[in-house]
Unconditional design. Structure first.
Length: 454
């Protein structure tokens, strides 16, 4: 999940929880208000009844007329029961049916004087009043139909408001977060375009003192420092490789003449030939480093050309054959290869030659029968080159680090080498969007498979 989505989601959840708590408080507060309001109406109705009794000359005769004329609370489905001091019913607003009441409540009124029960249906408000020298038990009950309907309406209104608010908060949170983080996205886009070939390119800096502007300035400072270090390293590698190549070439030429025109003992000749092979290896390594300093992965595709893989293989073998004249090449195009195969790939021939020079050298150094087999298979959009030789296989624990720099296996004991050959192979193939894989399909069989995407 992207950062802006995380921020928007966090803000939405926080506001939704806060808004939900506010909605709950509103609902509970309104319910308390409804209950207190209804209770107050009960009390007022009781006081109204008490006042009527105190002013009435003949209560039992005047009550029906009085309550009919003042039936303003009829929507509450109100019922009033009035008892005398002997707890005998003297008046009821309930008509045409038997009247029942809670005798226990009447007894409790003797002690509590006022009783209100809101958990019953209907709700009841009862009081014991002393009026004109006599005690009266007044019981009032009603349904808060109006208040309950308003409470239900408020509940659905709050739920709908919560859902709509949550959606709106989510939308606006994402919108504003995306707007605020857009400078960071632009900065990231500018940074992603900075490569090893564009370290001198400064990213645009907004004229502001916010965090994005500070970050852009810091990045430009870092890029400038990296460019200095990278350029110094690249210049040193190119200069050192160029300077080293000249004496190596002279040494190689003088050794060839010395071996060719002088008579030497077998032991001396063997030593000179070994020195010559070491010089050739050093020369190839120097040439590889010099070529690699000229390219980087980002811009190399712009100078690709069509390269025939068989020509690359023969050129590489010819170069290796100078140092290892006993090495034999068995070249084969497999039967699986399509009839329309062109055996061509896009790349830089000089770099690809280095790949197979290193693979052939490994075969010459670690092979038991000084023979290397090359199998080419081209199917659809993939061209595979298998370089196979016989010799001690590489243990599984060493295969994981096979293509790392300065890594040499147990089978390289007493054999000269730098440990850079396969690392250079892997790096060049990465430039060509290709890969190399080592396997041992049988005992004493080493196979390096190079896969090119066409």
């Amino acid at each position: 999940m992207s950062l802006k989505r995380k921020i928007a989601l966090t803000i939405s959840i926080a506001f939704s929880l806060l808004f939900g708590m506010v909605m709950a408080v509103i609902y509970l507060s309104f319910n308390d208000f409804r209950r207190e309001e209804f209770k107050e109406r009960f009390r007022q109705r009781l006081e109204f009844t008490t006042h009527f009794i105190s002013k009435s000359k003949d209560f039992e005769e005047e009550a029906p007329v009085f309550f009919n004329e003042n039936s303003d609370n009829i929507l509450l489905n109100e019922k009033i029961l009035i008892f005398n001091a002997k707890k005998e019913l003297i008046y009821s607003t309930i008509k045409d049916r038997n009247v029942t009441w809670d005798s226990v409540m009447l007894k409790e009124l003797d002690k509590k004087k006022i009783i209100y029960t809101e958990k019953t249906v209907p709700e009841v408000y009862a009081a014991l009043r002393h009026i004109n020298g006599e005690d009266y038990y007044i019981l009032t009950s009603a349904f808060d139909t109006n208040g309950k309907s308003k409470l239900v309406y408020l509940k659905y209104l709050l739920i709908l408001s919560y859902v709509m608010s949550t959606l709106l908060i989510g939308f606006f949170s994402y919108y504003f977060v995306e707007k605020f983080l857009r400078p960071l996205e632009d900065l990231n886009k500018e940074i992603s375009e900075v490569t090893a070939h564009k370290l001198t390119t400064q990213i645009p800096v907004q004229h502001s003192n916010d965090e994005v502007g500070v970050l852009a300035n810091s990045f430009n400072t870092m890029i400038a420092r990296l460019n200095d270090v990278f350029q110094s390293q690249k210049d040193f590698t190119a200069s050192a490789s160029h300077e080293i190549r000249t004496p190596i070439t002279r040494m190689s030429f003088q050794l060839e003449n010395l071996i060719k025109f002088e008579e030497h003992s077998p032991k001396t000749l063997s030593s000179l030939q070994q020195i010559q092979r070491d010089i050739y290896q050093l020369s190839d390594l120097t040439n590889s480093l010099l070529l690699l300093t000229k390219f980087d992965k980002e811009n190399i595709q712009s100078i690709y050309e069509e390269v025939r893989i068989d020509e690359v293989i023969f050129e590489a073998f010819e170069a290796v054959e100078k140092s290892y004249p006993d090495l034999k090449l068995d070249f084969l195009i497999t039967e699986e290869t399509s009839e329309n195969a062109l055996l061509t790939i896009k790349g830089i021939q000089s770099l690809l030659v280095i790949v197979f020079i290193n693979l052939f050298k490994n075969a010459a150094l670690y092979s038991d029968n000084t023979e290397v087999n090359v199998l080419i298979t081209e199917i659809n959009d993939c061209l595979t080159v298998d370089v196979i030789s016989h010799g001690n296989v590489i243990p599984e624990k060493e295969q994981l680090k096979l293509f790392e720099a300065f890594t040499r296996g147990d089978n390289s004991q007493n054999i000269s080498g730098s440990g850079l050959g396969l690392r250079i192979v892997k790096r060049i193939l990465e430039y060509h969007d290709a890969e190399v894989v080592y396997s041992s399909p049988a005992d004493s069989l080493n196979k390096f498979s190079v896969f090119f995407k066409k």
